[in-house]
Design a protein around this ligand. Structure first.
Ligand SMILES: NC(=O)c1ccc[n+]([C@@H]2O[C@H](COP(=O)([O-])OP(=O)(O)OC[C@H]3O[C@@H](n4cnc5c(N)ncnc54)[C@H](OP(=O)(O)O)[C@@H]3O)[C@@H](O)[C@H]2O)c1
Length: 279
């Protein structure tokens, strides 16, 4: 059993630490996911566009962990955003994932044609009503888009906005909005794509606790209110070390030092998909 704390929002209970799978092939997942489940990860983050839902599905089917103990997130890609196609795409995802439902279903990017986001949000809510997803949420939505989605779906419908968040990207204004609506911030690229691993400030902090810079970067995230982190790795030792962050705490002084690091280094901003970012 995992000893990862869970985050609650609108009926959802999400393990605060998950395993990211972007850029990991089915073959890598066949190697990594048994290790990751043995370490104790129960939350796995995938997406239709990653092309690896089948690899996640094999781990669900054969990994030896009861489905009820797993927390699986997938994301609908932007070319499946009409309500009918969204539902068809989720059924295809479930086939690949070898499961009857995902725990969390997200809209991957706020990229809407013609009629705007409401028809797609209707499709997302229908996926939940039909039992294809136990919970639903957003990804890469800016503040205005988040407010619009919450206003359309209702105050308890959406559980999270998954966005880039790490020690070098503050997201202060968005974090306040998410907190006001009791939405979890799921932090993607929580290691800033390995950019944190040689950070001397993080190393000095970690040395006090016999922890690495990466562990400090992850600990900093999960010590925050309603923040989850989903680091990815192809290395079982890194997967273990990323998991070993629940037996130490950062001091107020540590938080102050990390708070003083540069906070505007956005790494994921594809021009064809990005909204107007808030910072
Ligand atoms: N919603 C979205 O639009 C979106 C966008 C991007 C990402 N995501 C999600 O967020 C997940 C995480 O983001 P990411 O994979 O882009 O970046 P990340 O988790 O910040 O960084 C991954 C990189 O860090 C390295 N790494 C991991 N643990 C390490 C450790 N303990 N020590 C040293 N290096 C370590 C990995 O290399 P090794 O393999 O060598 O360990 C890899 O190069 C993705 O997999 C995906 O699930 C979502």
């Amino acid at each position: 059993m995992s000893d990862v704390p869970t985050l609650a929002a609108h009926g959802l209970n999400m393990p605060a630490l998950g395993f990211g799978t972007w850029e990991l092939s089915d073959e890598v997942l066949d190697r990594m996911l048994p290790e990751v489940l043995a370490i104790g990860y129960r939350h796995i983050d995938t997406a239709q566009i990653y092309g690896n839902e089948a690899g996640v599905g094999r781990a669900i089917a054969t990994g030896g962990v009861p489905r009820s103990e797993l927390f699986i997130t997938t994301k609908v890609w932007v070319d499946r955003y009409t309500p009918e196609d969204l539902l068809a795409s989720v059924r295809e995802s479930l086939d690949r994932l070898q499961t009857d439902y995902v725990d969390l279903l997200l809209l991957h990017w706020p990229k809407f044609e013609g009629q705007g986001m409401n028809p797609t949000l209707e499709g997302l809510m229908r996926a939940k009503a039909d039992g294809l997803a136990h919970h639903i949420g957003l990804s890469n939505f800016n503040i205005d888009q988040t407010e619009q989605a919450v206003a359309f779906c209702g105050p308890d419908a959406l559980a999270t906005n998954q966005v880039e968040y790490h020690v070098y990207l503050g997201q202060e204004r968005l974090r306040r909005v998410l907190a006001r609506h009791n939405l979890i911030l799921t932090a993607y690229m929580p290691l800033a794509k390995a950019g944190v691993v040689n950070d001397t400030v993080l190393w000095e902090i970690g040395a006090q606790y016999d922890k690495s810079a990466a562990q400090v970067a992850l600990r900093w995230l999960i010590e925050q209110d309603r923040v989850a982190a989903i680091p990815a790795t192809t290395n079982p030792h890194h997967a273990q070390s990323n998991f070993d962050i629940f037996n130490f705490s950062l001091s107020a002084e540590d938080h102050q030092k990390i708070g003083a690091l540069e906070k505007h280094r956005r790494l994921c901003a594809p021009a064809s998909l990005s909204p107007d970012w808030d910072d």
